[in-house]
Design a protein around this ligand. Structure first.
Ligand SMILES: NC(=O)C1=CN([C@@H]2O[C@H](COP(=O)(O)OP(=O)(O)OC[C@H]3O[C@@H](n4cnc5c(N)ncnc54)[C@H](OP(=O)(O)O)[C@@H]3O)[C@@H](O)[C@H]2O)C=CC1
Ligand SMILES: O=C(CO)[C@H](O)[C@H](O)COP(=O)(O)O
Length: 469
């Protein structure tokens, strides 16, 4: 008869740190890894009275109290299916398998069905906060049956980060794939946020001529105001870091990698018909940073001469631009939650999602408090941009964003996310966006019909050929 409170499979960065975090909260933890070496190294380097290593999967499962709580913290994709296939025969009805990795939410929906056939609960859990979060308190987004959540919540709410009001950053957000969907979009917003920060950095460095040390001070200063966030804070740290007297950032290759959650967000948004242009711009920026032809393009297409604008008001304009565009990025991400919630019938609680993002996760930021308040005031707000606080901030920052993006474009500095934020505003708020011509063309070549401004219904026009080809 097993006695350990929970089992964790996967002794990588996240699994090992979560095991320690859970063990620190007086829960007993069995750990297992598909290769014994990772487990051996972990228990050698981090001996803990509440952690017991297992090198045999059957013994690991047998060590757990019932209903068993078995958490996977392993590489997403095929390994998760393979591990479930190995675990399921060893489980009993009522046991709970928790996937804490960045799994694709549709895989989670499928796995939920597979486990349900055996009476086993499957919980798709989004976890954010990286290594430090896992060790000291992550944000936890739980998808699955509420019966299962009730059995595991005491553990995860204990280890999760706590917001300023002491509420745990852990919530049951909906059934099956909802937790992984919420995490996927969190990561998409993370991509957009980091891209905007990178654009602000580039503008200040290339046009303002600031050194990395000076920029570290600027970002540090920004982090004391409305931009206060984990990402701005660590940007200051990265900028300030030196090795042998030189900037570490200057030594990092200018090529951004990705594991795919941002890309999934873009694909799902396109499928849902929601514009997440800043997330897609961020994905494209990472893709383009990797292309082999960059060196050749630098020679073939020299960029325009860059003037210098080293002035305090330029720094402030960039700060305002970053904040304004960031609001658009978050509004787009939350619009995707709203649409997906309808599509999948999840009844997502946007206020609670914003609340659990207030601490522990990578996108934790001061203004998540305001997003949570906005949804508390109007749970069905059509778009966050219509909340008076954000409307005011957009109006306040739009001019700076326009000036800064235009400066970047004129100087040949790529600002796809900042420009994307403006384009989004212009398309959203513009009286005519050219869609009338698109409809005319579609009707011309394909008889796709169009709607009229003066009458209800769908119309086809018999177009005349005025110009001979
Ligand atoms: N790092 C981060 O900041 C965050 C990561 N995540 C997600 O958490 C999950 C784990 O990430 P992380 O800990 O960083 O990754 P690591 O690469 O540090 O660890 C991966 C773990 O998966 C195990 N593993 C690899 N292949 C298999 C397999 N075929 N079968 C079983 N186990 C396997 C590895 O074992 P071994 O090394 O012995 O092969 C290792 O224990 C991923 O889904 C990741 O996307 C979520 C939030 C934040
Ligand atoms: O989930 C995370 C944080 O929330 C991970 O850090 C994520 O893997 C980062 O994504 P990518 O590697 O694609 O930049």
């Amino acid at each position: 008869m097993g006695v350990q409170n929970i089992g964790i499979i996967g002794m990588g960065v996240m699994g090992s740190n979560l095991a320690l975090n859970i063990a620190d909260h007086a829960y007993t933890v069995s750990v297992y890894n598909h290769t014994p070496r990772s487990t051996e190294n972990f228990v050698r380097d981090h001996a803990h009275a509440n952690i017991i290593p297992y090198y045999d999967l059957q013994q690991f499962i047998a060590s757990l109290e019932k209903p068993r709580k078995i958490m996977l913290m392993i590489v997403a994709g095929e390994p998760v299916d393979q591990m479930i296939a190995r675990i399921l025969p060893l489980t009993d009805a009522g046991d709970i398998i928790i996937d804490g990795g960045n799994s694709f939410f549709k895989d989670t929906q499928r796995r939920t069905q597979v486990c349900r056939e055996k009476g086993v609960f499957f919980v798709g859990m989004g976890i954010s906060g990286g290594e430090t979060g896992a060790r000291r308190g992550p944000a936890v987004m739980v998808g699955g049956e509420s019966t299962a959540y009730e059995k595991i919540r005491h553990i995860y709410e204990a280890v999760a980060a706590k917001a300023d009001d002491d509420k745990p950053c852990c919530a049951h957000v909906g059934p099956d794939g909802a937790g992984h969907f919420v995490k996927m979009v969190h990561n998409g917003i993370e991509y957009a946020d980091m891209q905007l920060i990178a654009e602000a950095y580039l503008l200040l460095k290339e046009m303002g001529g600031y050194t990395h040390a000076e920029l570290a001070d600027i970002f540090h200063d920004w982090n004391t105001g409305e931009l206060h966030s984990y990402l701005i804070g660590i940007t200051a740290d990265v900028l300030a870091e030196t090795e042998d007297g030189g900037s570490v950032l200057s030594m990092i290759a200018d090529r951004a990698e990705q594991k795919g959650t941002g890309r999934w967000t873009g694909i799902e948004a396109l499928a849902e018909g929601v514009d997440v242009s800043l997330i897609i711009a961020a994905c494209n920026a990472r893709v383009l940073s990797q292309v082999a032809g960059r060196r050749r393009a630098q020679i073939v297409f020299p960029r325009p001469e860059r003037g210098q604008v080293k002035a305090a008001d330029f720094v402030e304009a960039v700060r305002k631009s970053l904040y304004t565009a960031k609001i658009v990025a978050y509004a787009q991400g939350f619009a995707l939650y709203q649409k997906a919630s309808q599509t999948y019938g999840w009844q997502l609680d946007y206020r609670r999602i914003a609340e659990i993002f207030r601490a522990g996760c990578i996108i934790q930021a001061k203004f998540l408090d305001t997003i949570s308040t906005a949804y508390a005031e109007d749970a069905q707000v059509e778009n966050l941009l219509f909340h008076p606080f954000f409307t005011g901030k957009i109006k306040e920052g739009e001019h700076s964003l326009r000036q800064v993006a235009a400066l970047g474009l004129a100087a040949g500095i790529p600002v796809p996310a900042m420009a994307g934020a403006l384009t989004y505003l212009d398309a959203y708020a513009g009286p005519c966006v050219g869609a009338n011509l698109i409809q005319g063309l579609r009707d011309y070549f394909g008889a796709h019909t169009f709607r009229r401004t003066d009458k209800e219904g769908n119309f086809h026009h018999v177009w005349r050929e005025h110009y001979k080809r």
